[in-house]
Design a protein around this ligand. Structure first.
Ligand code: NAD
Length: 475
C-alpha cells in the first residue's frame, strides 16, 4: 500500500482504485507526513454498497450491545490518547496537551451516544376512537454521509460517528484531506471494538467530487457537515435538491462583551487563553472583543502583554502554548486581514505578521482603533487575530454584536446579574457563555443560529438528527 493515510472501506485499509492521492503536511515544518489516498467513483460505490449492508448488520445488533461496543471504543480511545494526540498534533499543529483533550472529548461523545442509544423509545397512545391505537416508532434514518474539517479533526468526526452509530445508522465520512490521521484512529477504535466493518467507512478525495457523488447517491439518507458557511450552503443546496435532511455546523464570529464592572486583568487572562487556544481555529472562539470604556485601557494592556509573551512553536514541544496555523491558506488569510485593517487605519498593538519562514506560524495579534468597515469585523478570522472594540452605549454595541450573519456563539463578562440576563436575552446566538467560554461537552446540544447553520449536535437529543419516525395507526 502506498498511502500512509488509506481509505477504509468494508474493513479494508487500502489505496484508492486509481492510486491517486496527495501529500499531508506537518504545519509546524511544511514537511510531508505521507500520502492520503483519494477515492475514485468505483471506491465510493463500494463504500455505498458496504454501508447499505452495514446498516442492516448494525441495525440487527441490540441497542444494549451497541452501547457496550461504543463504550469499549471510547475506552480504547482513552487508553491510546497519548499516541493519537501525537498524530493529531503532527497533522493539525495544536499543542500536544490540547490534542489529548480533543481525543478524550471524542471518546466522551462516542460513549454518550452509545448510552443514549440504549434509551431510544417510541410512544404509544390511544387514538380518538375506541379501538384505535397509535404508535410512534423511532428508526435509524439510514446511511449517513458526513464531511468534517481540519480544526478539530477527531472531535468533529467523533460527534458524527457517535450520533449516527448510536442511532443505529451506518456512516461514510470524508474528513479533511489535510488532517486524515486522527479520524482514521477513531475508526480503528470503532472497528477494533466490534462495530461491523461494513457500517463505518472513511474516504478522502477531491472534496466537491466526493460530496456531490455521495449526497446524490440513492443509498444515502442523511447528510451532515461541519465547516465554512460558503461550503455549507453548497452542500445544503445539494441535499435539498436530493430531498435529504442535512445538519450544518458552520462558522462563527463571536462577540465577547466585557463590561466595565469586571476586573479587566482577570478577564484578559481568561480571554487570551481562550482566544489563542488552537490558534483560534475554533468556530466558537471569542473574536470581536467589545470592551466597555471604563476598563478598555487596562484590558487591552493586559491582553497585549499576553499576546507578546505567548509561546508559539511546534505543538510537540511541551513549552508551546500556541502551535502553527493548520495550513498555508490561514497564514495568507491572516496577513490579508491585518493589511486590510491597517489600510483602514487600525493600530496593530502586537503581532501582525507571519513568524519565521518554515511551517505556518502567525503571531498572536491584537488590533485597536479598528474601524467598522474593516473586513475582520465582518468575516470570521479563523486565526489568532483579536480586534478590541471599545464601547460606551450598550444598545449600539448590541446592534453591532448581532449585526452579522453569524449566530454561533457570544460571551458576556459581568458580575451584574440583571445586565447579564438582559444581554443574554438580547444576543441572537445558539451558544452564550456568561463569565465563561465553554468548549462543547456531549451533554449540551450545540447549533448555530442564522447563517451559522441548522440542526444541533450533542445533548440528550444527540441521536435525533439520525432518526426518523413512523406513525402507525392500528384498529
Ligand atoms: P473551505 O470552506 O474550503 O473548507 C472547509 C472544510 O470543508 C474543509 O474541511 C474542506 O475539506 C471541506 N470542504 C470544502 N469544500 C467541500 C465540498 N465541496 N464538499 C465537502 N467538503 C468540502 O475552507 P478552509 O480554507 O478549509 O477553511 C476556511 C474557513 O472554513 C474558515 O474561515 C472557517 O470559517 C471555516 N471552518 C469552519 C469550521 C467549523 O468548525 N465550523 C471548521 C473549519 C473551517
Amino acid at each position: 500500500m502506498k498511502s500512509t493515510f488509506p481509505l477504509v472501506i468494508d474493513g479494508y485499509w487500502r489505496d484508492g482504485a486509481d492510486g491517486s492521492g496527495e501529500d499531508v503536511l506537518n504545519p509546524a515544518t511544511g514537511d510531508s507526513l505521507g500520502q492520503v489516498a483519494h477515492a475514485s467513483r468505483a471506491d465510493l460505490d463500494e463504500a455505498l454498497a458496504a454501508a447499505t449492508r452495514g446498516l442492516r448488520e448494525w441495525g440487527a445488533v441490540s441497542p444494549w450491545e451497541r452501547g457496550r461496543i461504543l463504550k469499549a471504543a471510547a475506552d480504547r480511545l482513552r487508553a491510546d490518547a497519548g499516541a493519537i494526540a501525537r498524530t493529531l498534533t503532527l497533522e493539525q499543529g495544536k499543542p500536544l496537551g490540547e490534542a489529548k483533550v480533543e481525543v478524550i472529548r471524542s471518546a466522551e461523545f462516542v460513549e454518550w451516544a452509545g448510552e443514549q442509544g440504549r434509551r431510544v423509545a417510541g410512544r404509544t397512545f390511544l387514538g380518538r376512537d375506541v379501538g384505535n391505537r397509535i404508535e410512534i416508532e423511532t428508526h435509524p434514518v439510514g446511511v449517513v454521509a458526513a464531511f468534517t474539517p481540519w480544526n478539530f479533526p477527531m472531535a468533529l468526526a467523533a460527534k458524527k460517528f457517535a450520533g449516527a452509530l448510536g442511532a443505529g445508522c451506518s456512516i461514510i465520512c470524508k474528513p479533511s484531506e489535510e488532517t486524515p490521521g486522527s479520524a482514521l484512529a477513531l475508526v480503528k477504535a470503532l472497528l477494533d471494538s466490534g462495530v461491523p466493518k461494513a457500517a463505518v467507512a472513511v474516504v478522502f478525495g477531491v472534496p466537491h467530487e466526493v460530496s456531490s457523488y455521495l449526497i446524490s447517491a440513492p443509498q444515502v439518507s442523511k447528510v451532515t457537515f461541519t465547516g465554512s458557511i460558503p461550503v455549507g450552503k453548497m452542500l445544503a443546496a445539494a441535499a435539498g435538491h436530493a430531498m435529504k435532511p442535512i445538519t450544518v455546523e458552520l462558522g462563527g464570529h463571536a462577540p465577547t462583551i466585557v463590561c466595565g464592572d469586571v476586573d479587566p486583568e482577570k478577564a484578559a487572562d481568561v480571554l487570551a487563553q481562550r482566544k489563542f487556544a488552537n490558534a483560534r481555529q475554533i468556530c466558537l472562539s471569542p473574536t470581536r472583543f467589545f470592551v466597555e470604556d471604563a476598563i478598555g485601557e487596562r484590558f487591552t494592556a493586559r491582553f497585549v502583554e499576553h499576546a507578546k509573551a505567548w509561546r508559539v512553536g511546534d505543538g510537540l514541544d511541551p513549552r508551546t502554548q500556541m502551535g502553527p496555523l493548520a495550513n498555508a491558506r490561514r497564514v495568507e488569510a491572516m496577513a490579508r486581514l491585518v493589511a486590510d485593517a491597517v489600510d483602514h487605519g487600525a493600530t496593530v498593538a502586537s503581532g501582525g505578521a507571519r513568524l519565521g519562514n518554515r511551517g505556518f506560524f502567525f503571531a498572536p495579534t491584537v488590533m485597536t482603533d479598528v474601524p467598522d468597515e474593516t473586513e475582520i469585523l465582518h468575516s470570521e478570522p479563523f486565526g489568532p487575530l483579536a480586534p478590541i472594540l471599545p464601547f460606551k452605549d450598550e444598545e449600539a454595541m448590541l446592534k453591532k454584536a448581532n449585526g452579522l450573519e453569524y449566530g454561533l456563539s457570544a460571551y458576556v463578562f459581568t458580575g451584574d446579574e440583571t445586565r447579564r440576563n438582559r444581554l443574554k436575552d438580547a444576543l441572537q446566538f445558539g451558544t452564550v457563555g456568561l463569565n465563561d467560554v465553554p468548549s462543547h461537552p456531549p451533554e449540551a446540544p450545540l447549533g448555530g443560529w442564522k447563517e451559522s447553520g441548522y440542526g444541533t449536535e450533542g445533548g440528550i437529543e444527540i441521536l435525533t438528527p439520525y432518526q426518523k419516525t413512523k406513525f402507525v395507526s392500528a384498529r
